[in-house]
Ligand binder design. Structure first.
Ligand code: NAP
Length: 277
């Protein structure tokens, strides 16, 4: 059962989103506090988009120190910040806040970049990004930094146009998802989270050795529908768990100024994933 931000318990940290029950962030951060004997508590609070501003004020008054933001809040919160670190300014979206002074950063950018090494991407490779929400913004900033060519497809074209304009990124906007010759396909949509099927693709048209990367992860460790169909077509697959841990570790370090126990955080996420134990 999701707890509303209105019923926020005594705690210092929280993740806000809608939906929120899927999030592994509380168990990941609480495991890190326990490991380092820190007296903190991290909770998940259900926060619809139209209630975000009220929720921030309420949690400030309740003495919360830091927040993570997930679907669908990352873009909206950027406009409410009093100050923003460089990754958030580049993505014009934030996933991590300090409530004192309402400062924001975006650890999804570093979290995503940190997980790309095993995929063997090279400057000049082409990537297809599906989605144009808060997470897609972080992905585009990261891919641009690596020098990849980017194709972007979003169900709502106008939102993808706005993303390209606001971020000033080089990206080819597609009318239909097209994986022809791409080395990396990133699913940055919340389609499956919202109960829908994944964006349909002709996987066979992708480049030799291409990889499919779903920012989403399933709590039980089973593959998302997007990765299931990619694997069936012979692509390498990566789910969002490693990125979740890295973006969480970077947020932990930004809030507390001490190194995050990444192994402990990863293990805490695996506790729900019977296949990984
Ligand atoms: P968001 O800002 O709400 O954006 C949602 C995106 O999904 C939009 O582009 C939306 O398209 C698209 N979408 C939603 N339902 C769809 C459907 N049925 N068919 C096609 N497209 C659909 O959410 P977000 O914050 O970017 O998050 C997106 C996903 O990334 C979520 O699954 C989230 O859990 C995941 N994520 C994971 C990590 C991690 O650390 N692993 C980090 C960040 C995000 P429209 O514009 O047409 O509505």
């Amino acid at each position: 059962m999701a707890v509303s931000w209105r019923d926020a318990p005594d705690a210092e940290f929280a993740v806000l989103g809608d939906p929120i029950t899927h999030s592994l962030s509380p168990q990941m951060h609480n495991a890190a506090y326990a490991e380092l004997a820190l007296p903190h508590r991290y909770v998940a609070l259900h926060t619809p988009l139209e209630e975000l501003e009220d929720a921030l004020h309420h949690l400030q008054k309740r003495g919360y120190h830091g927040l993570n933001l997930t679907v669908p809040l990352k873009e909206r919160v950027f406009g409410l910040l009093q100050s923003a670190e460089e990754p958030a300014r580049r993505a014009r979206a934030a996933n991590t806040l300090r409530l004192d002074g309402l400062a924001g950063t975006n650890t999804d950018v570093g979290g995503f970049l940190a997980t790309l090494a095993p995929l063997g991407l090279r400057e000049g490779d082409t990537a297809l990004v599906l989605g144009a929400g808060g997470a897609a913004r972080a992905v585009l900033v990261g891919l641009q930094q690596l020098g990849l060519r980017v194709r972007l497809y979003n169900r709502t074209r106008a939102r993808a146009e706005r993303l390209i304009e606001e971020l000033q990124v080089e990206a080819t906007l597609l009318a239909q998802p097209d994986a022809t010759d791409v080395r990396l396909i990133v699913n940055a949509t919340s389609a499956e989270l919202a109960g829908g099927g994944p964006v349909q693709l002709d996987w066979a048209s992708a480049a030799e050795g291409a990889a499919a990367y779903d920012l989403m992860y399933r709590r039980d460790g089973s593959p998302t529908a997007f990765l299931d169909s990619a694997a069936a077509a012979g692509l390498k697959t990566t789910d969002g768990l490693a990125m979740l841990v890295e973006q969480g570790a970077l947020a932990f370090e930004w809030w507390l100024g001490i190194e995050a126990p990444r192994e402990v955080m990863l293990r805490a996420c695996h506790e729900d994933r019977p296949g990984d134990n």
